[in-house]
Ligand binder design. Structure first.
Ligand code: NAD
Length: 306
């Protein structure tokens, strides 16, 4: 307790964010890096996989090209944006000379797995400078639990971006049980600086707000298909036309990633203890088959080249 007080007195939260750290360069990490670099921040992004980092840079470049086509960005802006992003493949975060040491705030966007995230937070705590806030982009996992894996629990918060990050305006902010008000204020300011609207989930409960509501609907759509009530196309069309959604639930599941959807349902099921959150067996089968949706080329739909 005494040590904790000492740490509190000595540690000034870093609130001026010039360099953003991003851990995990998948769909979300690459999107967060792109949006931060577009706003003039420097970005240091790591991943366990070198090919994934290359894929991320290519994805950011092609997203910029789409903005250029719509006259929302120039070639010169794209060049400067890409120059602001530095990447490093890291088999382990706690390796010496990690580029994450340069970060003023770090957003973790690795795969949705509680054991993995706990390990990452333990390692980030070693690598990040004192006073650096550690945020997580988790869709559903306990912020409180990740915070407890560090020696800076007051400096940990949820910063849940939506997919695709460059287009979606919401950032859901989540306080862990230990999150300090100053930490939450910095996270909110950063989200707003990135052009996002910040909505607070006041309690750190499984799935927070968005996925507590969205994922059971997606899971129910998978059951509806599994039970032969309607085809994939019919389910999506019915929900698009019948409930005014821009995208049907099965197409959205493919877009999110079926592994991520299954992981979130698992967190809801275990964390809330209600059988109504039981993941659909067909969702499990698709993930076992490696049919993860758009990112793997096949899910409820097939995704060809281009
Ligand atoms: P993804 O599968 O596209 O990417 C995950 C990345 O994490 C991969 O590149 C993987 O190599 C990397 N990774 C795994 N272990 C790592 C480690 N130890 N260190 C560094 N990198 C590591 O997944 P995603 O869709 O980008 O999701 C990432 C996070 O964002 C998850 O927590 C997910 O729940 C959350 N999220 C996803 C969405 C969505 O729609 N996909 C939306 C909001 C939040």
């Amino acid at each position: 307790m005494q040590d904790q007080n000492l740490l509190d007195k000595q540690t000034q939260i870093i609130s001026s964010i010039e360099t953003l750290g991003v851990v995990g360069s998948g769909q979300m990490g690459s999107g967060i890096a792109q949006v931060a670099a577009a706003q003039g921040l420097r970005v240091v992004m790591t991943d366990v996989s070198e090919p994934q980092l290359q894929k991320a840079i290519a994805a950011i470049a092609s997203s910029c090209d789409r903005f250029i086509k719509k006259n929302a960005m120039t070639e010169a802006q794209k060049k400067r944006l890409l120059e602001r992003i530095e990447v490093q493949a890291q088999p382990s975060i706690s390796q010496k000379a990690s580029i994450l040491q340069k970060a003023d705030l770090i957003v973790e966007a690795a795969s949705e797995n509680v054991v993995l995230k706990e390990k990452i937070f333990r390692e980030l705590d070693e690598v990040a400078r004192p006073g650096v806030i550690l945020a997580t982009n988790t869709s559903s996992i306990s912020i409180t639990r990740m915070a407890a894996a560090t020696r800076r629990p007051k400096l940990v918060a949820g910063m849940h971006f939506m997919n695709p990050v460059p287009l979606m305006v919401l950032v859901e902010g989540i306080r862990g049980l230990q999150t300090a008000d100053e930490t939450f204020a910095v996270v909110r300011q950063l989200a707003e600086r990135l052009g996002k609207t910040f909505v607070e989930s006041a309690k750190d409960m499984p799935g927070f707000v968005v996925n507590r509501i969205l994922m059971p609907m997606i899971n129910e759509a998978v059951y509806t298909f599994h039970e032969g009530v309607a085809s994939v196309e019919a389910i999506d069309q019915a929900m698009k036309l019948g409930t005014n959604q821009p995208m049907g639930p099965l197409a959205l599941a493919d877009f999110i990633g079926l592994d991520t959807c299954l992981a979130i349902m698992g967190v809801l099921h275990e964390g809330l203890g209600d059988s109504k959150y039981r993941p659909c067996p067909l969702l499990m089968k698709y993930v076992e088959a490696g049919w993860l949706g758009k990112k793997s080329g096949r899910g409820f739909y097939q995704y060809g080249q281009g």
